[in-house]
Design a protein around this ligand. Structure first.
Ligand code: B12
Length: 230
């Protein structure tokens, strides 16, 4: 596909493709975008122009995902639409993955990541995973809808430095409290980081989490500052 557009236009189109769930030029959906380029064409084009993964994420992908959130909140779109956008977003993140996760790093240690019990949102957690892996940490990703038992089992069988928990619902963030308590009762030395759109520092303090960060970088900095490479 031949692109003669400037980068800002391509970024705005990328945001639109996430918003509308347009995967590639062969996708039959959405009907009004047939044969237009999708995420799988626009994103590699931006990378080939040396646009950084961070700019692509902040000025393209996340703008599109935020619009999805607003439209969903306002009842203008419904779950199937959000799922199609999430599919496009996950495809985009897989394309970005090798650019964020550069190999050849000496692994600094293992961390567990999980989206808490009752919660199926994984896009934020997957981003945290990519950033941590890119920073040289090995991630044991327990997935979504994860209960304390699964985390405690993983803590028993691995040499883990920290746990990161994600929640996107005001209902499931309450499940974090029990999970943090169970981890602290069984593994008091393991720091627990929490994140996700509805959380804040106050809530993290209330549930005795060791770190709240609104973004993946905060957890990476915390790990790098608290665990030396020796
Ligand atoms: C995509 C999406 C879905 C998809 C999820 C698909 C998937 N594979 O993840 C589907 C369709 C499944 C879905 C379902 C539901 N959803 Co939904 N969803 C969203 C949406 C639009 C985007 C979420 C997202 O991916 N954001 C982008 C990522 C990158 O952001 P993030 O997760 O916040 O992560 C960032 C930071 O928070 C941080 N972070 C995240 N986790 C962690 C962890 C650590 C340790 C650290 C350090 C940092 C960190 O780093 C990330 C990068 O910066 C949001 C709206 C929104 N704007 O958030 C609604 C939203 C979260 N959903 C909502 C709702 C209500 C639901 C449903 C209950 C709808 C229903 N009636 O069934 C169900 C619940 C299902 C369940 N049990 O979980 C509400 C929640 C309202 C509330 N106050 O609780 C929202 C806010 C929409 C709205 N405005 O009403 N949803």
């Amino acid at each position: 596909m031949n692109f003669s557009f400037d980068e800002n236009y391509l970024l705005s189109q990328l945001a639109l493709c996430i918003e509308r769930g347009k995967l590639n030029s062969s996708s039959k959906f959405p009907a009004d975008m047939i044969s237009q380029p999708g995420v799988e064409e626009l994103l590699p084009e931006l990378l080939s122009r040396n646009i950084s993964p961070k700019i692509i994420l902040d000025n393209g992908l996340l703008i599109g995902m935020n619009r999805v959130g607003e439209k969903f909140r306002d009842g203008k779109i419904f779950i199937p639409d959000v799922l199609i956008s999430a599919k496009a977003m996950n495809a985009a993140m897989e394309i970005l993955r090798p650019y964020i996760v550069k190999g050849d790093l000496k692994l600094k240690g293992k961390v567990i990541l999980a989206t808490v019990k009752g919660d199926l949102h994984n896009i934020g957690k997957n981003l945290v995973r990519m950033v941590l892996e890119g920073g040289g940490w090995e991630v044991i990703d327990l997935g979504i809808d994860v209960s304390s038992d699964k985390i405690l089992d993983a803590l028993k069988t691995n040499d883990i430095k920290a746990v990161g928990l994600s929640a996107l619902l005001t209902t499931t963030m309450l499940n974090m409290k029990d999970i943090v308590r169970d981890i602290k009762n069984n593994f008091p030395e393991i720091p627990v980081a929490v994140g996700g759109a509805p959380l804040n520092q106050r809530f993290a303090d209330e549930i005795n989490a060791d770190l709240y960060s609104p973004d993946p970088q905060g957890m990476l900095d915390y790990l790098n500052n608290n665990f030396s490479l020796n």
